[in-house]
Design a protein around this ligand. Sequence first.
Ligand SMILES: *[C@@H]1O[C@H](CO)[C@@H](O)[C@H](O)[C@H]1NC(C)=O
Ligand SMILES: *[C@@H]1O[C@H](CO)[C@@H](O)[C@H](O)[C@H]1NC(C)=O
Ligand SMILES: *[C@@H]1O[C@H](CO)[C@@H](O)[C@H](O)[C@H]1NC(C)=O
Ligand SMILES: *[C@@H]1O[C@H](CO)[C@@H](O)[C@H](O)[C@H]1NC(C)=O
Ligand SMILES: *[C@@H]1O[C@H](CO)[C@@H](O)[C@H](O)[C@H]1NC(C)=O
Ligand SMILES: *[C@@H]1O[C@H](CO)[C@@H](O)[C@H](O)[C@H]1NC(C)=O
Ligand SMILES: *[C@@H]1O[C@H](CO)[C@@H](O)[C@H](O)[C@H]1NC(C)=O
Ligand SMILES: *[C@@H]1O[C@H](CO)[C@@H](O)[C@H](O)[C@H]1NC(C)=O
Ligand SMILES: *[C@@H]1O[C@H](CO)[C@@H](O)[C@H](O)[C@H]1NC(C)=O
Ligand SMILES: *[C@@H]1O[C@H](CO)[C@@H](O)[C@H](O)[C@H]1NC(C)=O
Ligand SMILES: *[C@@H]1O[C@H](CO)[C@@H](O)[C@H](O)[C@H]1NC(C)=O
Ligand SMILES: *[C@@H]1O[C@H](CO)[C@@H](O)[C@H](O)[C@H]1NC(C)=O
Length: 411
Amino acid sequence: MIVLLYASLTLLASAVSAYEKVCRVTPLGGGQDDGPTINNVFAECASEATIVLDGYYSVNTLLLTEGLSHVDILLSGTVQYTADIEYWSPNSLYLTFQNATTFWFLSGDDIHLYGGGTIDGNGQVWYDTFNITGESATAGASTRSFSRPIPLTVGNASNVVVENITQWQSPNWNNFVYQSTNVTYRNININSFSYSSAPAKNTDGWDIYRSSQVTITDSIINNGDDCVSLKPNVTEVVVTNLWCNGSHGISVGSLGQYAGETDIVANVFVKNVTMRYAENGARIKAFGGSPDANSTAGGGTGYVKNVTFEDFFVYVVDDPIVIDQCYFTDASVCEEYPSQLSISDIHFINVTGTSSGAEGTVVVDLECSQECEDITASGIDVTSPDGPATYVCKNIASTDELGFNCSAPSS
Ligand SMILES: *[C@@H]1O[C@H](CO)[C@@H](O)[C@H](O)[C@H]1NC(C)=O
Ligand SMILES: *[C@@H]1O[C@H](CO)[C@@H](O)[C@H](O)[C@H]1NC(C)=O
Ligand SMILES: *[C@@H]1O[C@H](CO)[C@@H](O)[C@H](O)[C@H]1NC(C)=O
Ligand SMILES: *[C@@H]1O[C@H](CO)[C@@H](O)[C@H](O)[C@H]1NC(C)=O
Ligand SMILES: *[C@@H]1O[C@H](CO)[C@@H](O)[C@H](O)[C@H]1NC(C)=O
Ligand SMILES: *[C@@H]1O[C@H](CO)[C@@H](O)[C@H](O)[C@H]1NC(C)=O
Ligand SMILES: *[C@@H]1O[C@H](CO)[C@@H](O)[C@H](O)[C@H]1NC(C)=O
Ligand SMILES: *[C@@H]1O[C@H](CO)[C@@H](O)[C@H](O)[C@H]1NC(C)=O
Ligand SMILES: *[C@@H]1O[C@H](CO)[C@@H](O)[C@H](O)[C@H]1NC(C)=O
Ligand SMILES: *[C@@H]1O[C@H](CO)[C@@H](O)[C@H](O)[C@H]1NC(C)=O
Ligand SMILES: *[C@@H]1O[C@H](CO)[C@@H](O)[C@H](O)[C@H]1NC(C)=O
Ligand SMILES: *[C@@H]1O[C@H](CO)[C@@H](O)[C@H](O)[C@H]1NC(C)=O
């Protein structure tokens, strides 16, 4: 049942894959749970194989596909998770960051997931439920009784390519890159919209954590939170050619949330991003300091260094360019206890378009609590619907290379 060597199927797979072993997952149909079969096929074809998912699969079991080595996953069908909150809250996989949980933990070395198919998070029930209960932990994270799982986590993995996949209605972040190196996403089409009046909250396109060499390119994202978010300990990231709509922007952070912990984000290059109807365009956010040695809302150390945002086309964006080194922190606390997380070597190049007017005439808002060093901007041409654009700066070590005149924050 597991290894089916249909002539046509072998032909199909061999056209795009190097492996002779082809394993197709046969759907059970009738709404039965295909999760166990998927897990079995991945276990049996974990090495030097092409796994074909060309049907409609209903999944009501955690997909734990680990230890893969040289595996192609041809997803031309649809993997749809059930909207069974009672099942998934205890049974999705809890990861160590922000109580993030996932429906599918994809792990191993040299994995290629592709094929034009769909991962359907069935998020509407989660959006509607969350809208009523509001049950969440710090920074919107899941709780044990109400998890909102991530449809695809590439975790503890290396040398992974995910391409030509559509992601539908994620209950939470769409993609999590977790403790991995060399992961590329290409031609991903993300649609996290809500059919009801309940918003599709926390539906980040990508979150990246403890990972390096991550590339995200040529993708379209319609969602309700960060388009891409770089969380603690992420280096060597390239983000190019994205079209983001309705999001919270390309975000570094938030960082520095936990006193006594060190968070690092470095060597990030972002280029050619269209950002429409968004809260932010390019953003860096770090918590302020804290008097509490055990604080979970600021006081962490570390740095953000060497980040370039280039060629952003913004349209109706509240805050096109933002550095906030006092994120989620009371202004007076931040004044007395500046952020311990340093921000330097940050470059904004060629950001053009329009703001929404949500911040009046302010189109650039660079506010540090300790000094931020080597911050440059050039080719910033963003108009505001409320009059001539203004630029706010605070604690920027040198404003010589900003190309605009700063004013102090109003409050
Ligand atoms: C995880 O969820 C528990 C409740 O189930 C909550 O107490 C805790 O604060 C959450 N952790 C984070 C990091 O959000
Ligand atoms: C990921 O790797 C870490 C460190 O090796 C390990 O502790 C953890 O159990 C792994 N996670 C999963 C879900 O396999
Ligand atoms: C990254 O992974 C891809 C896909 O497996 C591989 O072709 C490439 O050589 C890897 N790059 C590095 C630097 O290892
Ligand atoms: C991904 O889609 C593009 C555009 O349709 C196509 O050229 C490419 O061959 C596809 N890649 C794979 C691995 O199927
Ligand atoms: C979502 O919450 C808002 C505010 O409480 C409410 O007006 C709206 O009807 C809710 N929508 C749904 C689908 O529950
Ligand atoms: C820039 O990104 C858009 C997608 O938003 C893409 O259509 C376009 O080809 C990219 N431009 C370049 C020069 O790569
Ligand atoms: C873009 O986002 C806006 C605001 O969220 C939404 O009204 C609009 O339908 C979206 N456009 C597309 C093409 O999805
Ligand atoms: C991040 O890296 C720093 C320096 O190596 C380390 O001290 C810290 O524990 C790491 N934090 C996380 C969340 O992995
Ligand atoms: C800065 O980051 C870019 C993009 O990742 C990288 O190519 C470059 O080598 C980095 N520069 C330094 C000095 O590390
Ligand atoms: C911080 O936590 C440690 C260990 O839980 C405890 O011993 C210490 O008293 C706490 N310090 C403060 C200032 O709350
Ligand atoms: C920014 O845009 C200007 C005008 O279009 C162009 O001359 C310049 O090369 C661009 N800068 C970069 C770094 O791409
Ligand atoms: C900044 O202000 C000075 C003095 O008012 C003015 O001469 C200069 O043209 C302004 N620069 C820009 C880029 O607007």
